[in-house]
Write a new protein. Structure first.
Length: 320
């Protein structure tokens, strides 16, 4: 036998070890669950329970998360035009259910603009990308009474901003002949300067980010924290937290559920824990907290985040 060749049995064992290292084992799942447990925070939940706030808020959070999950199931696998109509119908229905008014023209135009720029995109879980901004808009409606959105006109403005919050960043990726500035100008022409400026002010991924140059020598999370403090519109700060700590986390949960290897599962868990650490830092930052309607605003976002983390833990249990 050539010295460079491994004996057949040794080679087979080596291959088996490589396969085992890539598979998700019960031990790995338990490790991941242990890492997630601090994010749920039992002491905080007990304190809320004594204050009489826990049950109604968790019930509301669970209801909203179930609504959003049902919407995703409706649009997965549908042609783009049919999926867009389903999302618009859901948005109109929830708006009318909450405010007893038809969806205003300002919000409808924002929906159409977002649909155009996101049309070539899809999410890893299979539905069209537009599902994400619509879910974010539904969260604005859900949280509007808790987070101090005092007038319906202000709510409409924030819904429009949330529908378009990824348009300036993603538009040039989908339409390579356009720059961010050109997409911004188009948004300003169609929706007005106030909404366009709010979307541009809320961008948390600088154009052409590359290592320490685009992040000014800071980590991504530290750069984003600084950006949140510097935002001109306080409520846009809140919307970015809703986007990051609730809407984006659900995508991470899908990654956990669909992980096929240990590396994929660890990456998803680390992402989830990173968002949890980011939210903990935000809670301790008085400047950001005040923009989110004080502790109460952060608290509601935190409860929604914990609900999603608990869902992640339940999906992990199924892998054991």
């Amino acid at each position: 036998m050539n010295k460079s060749q491994k004996p057949p049995r040794t080679e087979a064992l080596h291959m088996r070890a490589s396969v085992d290292a890539a598979l998700i084992t019960p031990f790995l799942v338990k490790q991941c669950m242990a890492k997630l447990e601090p994010l749920v925070g039992k002491k905080k939940l007990k304190k809320l329970n004594k204050m009489g706030l826990l049950f109604p808020r968790i019930r509301a959070a669970l209801t909203e998360l179930k609504r959003q999950e049902d919407i995703r199931k409706k649009v997965v696998g549908l042609p783009v035009d049919m999926a867009e109509e389903v999302l618009l119908t859901e948005l109109k229905a929830y708006y009318f259910q909450t405010y007893a008014y038809e969806l205003p023209d300002e919000v409808l135009r924002a929906f159409r603009l977002a649909a155009f720029y996101h049309r070539p995109q899809s999410r890893k879980s299979g539905e069209i990308y537009l599902t994400h901004p619509v879910q974010c808009a539904l969260l604005v409606i859900h949280l509007s009474d808790i987070l101090g959105f005092v007038t319906l006109g202000h709510v409409n403005y924030l819904i429009a901003v949330m529908l378009c919050h990824d348009v300036i960043e993603d538009g040039p990726k989908m339409y390579a002949h356009l720059s961010r500035e050109e997409v911004y100008e188009d948004m300003k022409n169609q929706l007005g300067k106030k909404i366009a400026n709010a979307v541009r002010d809320g961008l948390t991924n600088p154009e052409g980010k590359a290592g320490g140059v685009a992040w000014d020598g800071l980590s991504k999370h530290k750069w984003q924290l600084r950006h949140l403090r510097e935002m001109k519109e306080p409520r846009i700060t809140l919307l970015k937290l809703v986007d990051k700590a609730v809407a984006n986390v659900r995508d991470v949960v899908d990654e956990i559920e669909n992980a096929q290897t240990a590396a994929e599962l660890k990456t998803a868990i680390n992402r989830l824990c990173g968002i949890g650490q980011f939210l903990e830092t935000v809670k301790k930052d008085s400047q950001i907290t005040s923009a989110a309607n004080g502790v109460d605003g952060i608290l509601m976002i935190e409860i929604l985040f914990k609900m999603v983390c608990m869902r992640a833990m339940s999906k992990l249990r199924r892998k054991t």
